[in-house]
Design a binder for this molecule. Structure first.
Ligand SMILES: Nc1nc2c(ncn2[C@@H]2O[C@H](COP(=O)(O)OP(=O)(O)OP(=O)(O)O)[C@@H](O)[C@H]2O)c(=O)[nH]1
Ligand SMILES: [Mg+2]
Length: 439
């Protein structure tokens, strides 16, 4: 029999309310032990006094009862909403520990049970994790979409189409041409080709989903003393990096996480680019260039007073999204179209810079896009595997349908791994059913 588990579901510490959740077949026992009564009507909040079965009142609060399968985990679930004090929560957990058959949940165990009971798939579970971790609006929207099943629908949709095609390929192994409709094999091949194309396009989305999950990396680069550290401080609205009139002040890469119009970004200040004999500064310049190459976007910060622009390496130049001329309070540079004059010191022009940067970040992240983006390396790996298997299947000659069937099956497995629905039994059942319809 499954264990009955319990845990504090809200963040630990002082709060108005804390929720202690119990899930499993003995949840009703837990309610009886702590309230001395039967569970109330499902999904109806009731006020109850909670006490320790070993004696003594703990608190008064709200009790919610969910009857299997209509609960988060799919099991019987009790929720105790108590006042959010440390001692109250401790006493509730101690009281539950005394109920026979109950144990403390492991991290993620409630969600895992929800997946096991088919409440949602793995991608939705991951979406839920991301939703709880979301710090910006774009992250929240993306996570909610995934929790709502957008990725599961996409991947399961491909899987369903492939299962249908696999059935036709299998049929062409076992039956002669006369017994099958015309062009079965050619049609299956075309359909498999179009799914492979869709997967390839999905993979080739510039990593926008991962960017939103993990934050888009922006590197501030430029010559020494141009004001990169000053600009980072202006963006962060605090003194993160050391600013001085001595060229070559910044050596290490300094990163600040920011919310740019709802998009999560990590802005990096770097060492000023120049030829130098100072070994530490040389290392700083190397790190600056590495950071620029690793970034999605590069901002070139120049001194408007000097008006000079360094030549960038081609691989850095391609990442360049904005050029800013700093020290506008001292000199206004005749900027080219799209370039920005600003003063990191007075703040003049910084808002315009932030707006321009936000537009570029938004374009990269492209939240308006119709199809949901790939969000995790785990999905990327499995999709790549599925794509490679499908491309192999397409290369199989017409007279070897067994080989094609095998590759389609491998791609199905890879797709099924993403949602957690790898199930050969199911696959065989469906193939058989589809096959009968086909005949
Ligand atoms: N007048 C004026 N001075 C500025 C402005 N921005 C930066 N400075 C000054 O320029 C000098 C260099 O600024 P930093 O921000 O340290 O320049 P940096 O690009 O980080 O320099 P390195 O770390 O050496 O590469 C400092 O003395 C700043 O006070 C500005 O907008 N106007
Ligand atoms: Mg600096």
């Amino acid at each position: 029999m499954t264990d009955t588990i319990y845990a504090l579901s809200t963040a630990p510490g002082r709060a108005g309310v804390a929720v202690v959740r119990v899930s499993g077949p003995k949840s009703a026992d837990a309610v009886a032990a702590l309230t001395g009564r039967e569970p109330p009507q499902p999904r109806q909040a009731v006020l109850r006094r909670f006490r320790d079965p070993a004696g003594g009142a703990i608190d008064a609060g709200i009790l919610l009862w969910f009857l299997s399968p209509e609960s988060f985990t799919g099991e019987d679930v009790a929720e105790f909403h108590v006042h959010g004090g440390r001692a109250i929560v401790e006493a509730m957990l101690a009281a539950l520990a005394r109920v026979p058959g109950l144990r403390l949940a492991e991290p993620g165990e409630f969600t895992r049970r929800a997946v096991e009971h088919g409440k949602f798939d793995l991608t939705a579970a991951e979406g839920l994790g991301d939703l709880i971790a979301a710090e910006t609006d774009a992250q929240r929207r993306q996570a909610l979409r995934q929790y709502d099943g957008a990725l599961a629908d996409l991947y399961e949709g491909w899987r369903a189409q492939l299962i249908a095609q696999a059935a036709w390929v299998e049929a062409s192994i076992d039956f002669s041409d006369e017994e099958l409709p015309d062009d079965v094999f050619a049609k299956a091949r075309a359909a498999i080709g179009s799914i492979a194309g869709e997967i390839a396009r999905h993979l080739d989305d510039g990593g926008r989903g991962e960017i939103i999950r993990e934050g888009l990396r922006i590197a501030l680069i430029g010559p020494p003393n141009a004001g990169k550290s000053s600009l980072l401080n202006a963006l962060a609205r605090r003194d993160v990096a050391i600013v001085s009139e001595i060229p070559g002040t910044t050596r290490d890469v300094i990163e600040v996480k920011l919310d740019l119009g709802g998009y999560p970004v990590v802005v990096a200040d770097t060492a000023g680019l120049r030829e130098t004999g100072d070994a530490i500064e040389v290392e700083g310049v190397r790190r600056a260039l590495d950071r620029a190459r690793a970034a999605e976007l590069v901002v070139l910060v120049l001194d408007g007073q000097s008006g000079t622009r360094p030549v960038l390496a081609p691989d850095v130049e391609t990442k360049l999204c904005l050029t800013v001329w700093n020290k506008r309070d001292l000199a206004r540079h005749a900027a080219r179209d799209g370039e920005i004059n600003l003063s990191a010191k007075t703040g003049e022009g910084v808002d315009a810079f932030v707006t321009a940067l936000t537009v570029r970040v938004g374009t990269l992240a492209d939240m308006q896009s119709e199809s949901p983006p790939l969000t995790r390396a785990r999905h990327r790996e499995a999709l790549l595997e599925a794509k490679v298997a499908l491309l192999r299947a397409l290369a199989v000659p017409d007279d070897q349908p067994e080989l094609m069937a095998e590759d389609v099956r491998l791609s199905l497995r890879a797709l099924g791994r993403i949602t957690g629905h790898v199930d050969v039994e199911e696959l065989l059942d469906v193939i058989f059913r589809d096959f009968c319809i086909g005949k």
